[in-house]
Design a protein around this ligand. Structure first.
Ligand code: CUA
Length: 339
């Protein structure tokens, strides 16, 4: 019941707008794949109907000129019928080969088109590293002071090509945001890439598309495409040091955070928390979800997640903290102040 209560708002939010369908493309790459899908579906649908029709026709046709006595004796149709059949089967095989070749060419052309940006001008590079079961995200920049680290949520400016450079820290994962691009595997010790580009503002849900362990299904992410000015202000906010606590509750919450094992795994900039094995929390409150897209980012969900992470995502690597019940509220207040 508790779990159902968490799932419902997420389901509703998923239905209410954000896109996670390769047939609802939000950019040129996904558009190419969607076009190919429609081309295959319509063409093969027509062929299916033709074949089905050709199979039905003889059922409703009368015996035309076949000498049944001769057929019974020789168990062969007349030579002329045999020749006609051979010509038809040959022609059908030829057409089949041509169609398959045409589909192959269409696939190759589309594959080539979606593997490149339309133009590299003004492009950005975002590093994505797969972890069981979350996404480490780092925006590369020649200016080291403008490198942003975040998790599970990638903001991109509309109309700019973004190169996603992928690798993995543990097992093979697969980066898949269907509304923007196809899948690319994240492989330990290797770097793979894919280009994405949104031609409209919107939220695109993605998920891991390669079975990677118990919580594979709860390894989601969001790509948020927004106009250039909104993206810039998001970026500038992410570049800031985490806001210091401003209420007594938040001050207490920060102390609780810094005095527990949280600091061994998580980073909050401007504090002594500098762990590198779990999501950076410096701007946690600016994200839509927690636990890699599993729960909407609300105080209640965060309290539930911190209180018993294994109940939400069994098998995940977050430790259950020995918190006293009165410590949860200040801790959540502090974390949810990290805009
Ligand atoms: Cu990561 Cu499946």
């Amino acid at each position: 019941m508790k779990r159902a209560a968490w799932c419902l708002p997420l389901l509703l939010s998923a239905c209410a707008g954000p896109q996670q369908s390769a047939l609802d493309p939000g950019g040129s790459h996904a558009q190419g794949t969607a076009n190919l899908w429609w081309f295959f579906s319509v063409l093969l649908g027509i062929i299916f109907l033709l074949v089905f029709g050709a199979w039905l026709v003889p059922l409703f046709r009368r015996n035309r000129g076949v000498d049944s006595q001769l057929l019974e004796q020789t168990h062969r149709p007349p030579a002329a019928t045999e020749w006609t059949l051979a010509k038809r089967v040959g022609a059908a095989s030829g057409v089949t080969v041509l169609i398959l070749f045409g589909l192959l060419v269409a696939s190759i052309v589309t594959g080539h088109a979606v593997s490149q940006p339309q133009s590299r001008a003004n492009g950005m590079v975002v590093e994505v590293t797969g972890n069981q079961w979350w996404w480490y995200v780092r925006y590369l920049n020649d200016d080291a002071s403008r490198i942003v680290v975040t998790a599970n949520e990638i903001h991109i400016p509309v109309g700019r090509p973004v190169l996603i450079r992928e690798t993995s820290n543990d097992v093979i994962h697969s980066f898949w945001v269907p509304g923007l691009q196809g899948k690319t595997d994240l492989i330990p010790s290797r770097v793979t890439t894919q280009w994405i580009e949104a031609n409209q503002a919107g939220r695109f849900r993605g998920q891991c598309a390669e079975f990677c362990g118990l919580q594979h299904a709860h390894m989601a992410l969001w790509v948020v495409a927004e106009p250039e000015d909104k993206f810039e202000s998001w970026m500038n906010n992410q570049l800031k040091t985490a806001v210091p606590p401003s209420t007594p509750d938040q001050v207490q919450g920060q102390q609780i955070f810094l005095n527990h094992a949280c600091v061994l795994c998580h980073t909050i900039s401007g504090t002594t928390a500098a762990g590198q094995v779990a999501p950076d929390l410096s701007h946690l409150a600016s994200r839509f979800t927690i636990a890699a897209g599993t729960l909407p980012n609300t105080k209640g969900n965060l309290a539930g997640w911190i209180g018993d992470p294994q109940a939400v995502k069994p098998g995940n690597h977050m430790a259950t903290l020995p918190l006293r019940s009165e410590e949860v509220q200040p801790l959540v207040d502090y974390l949810e102040s990290l805009q």
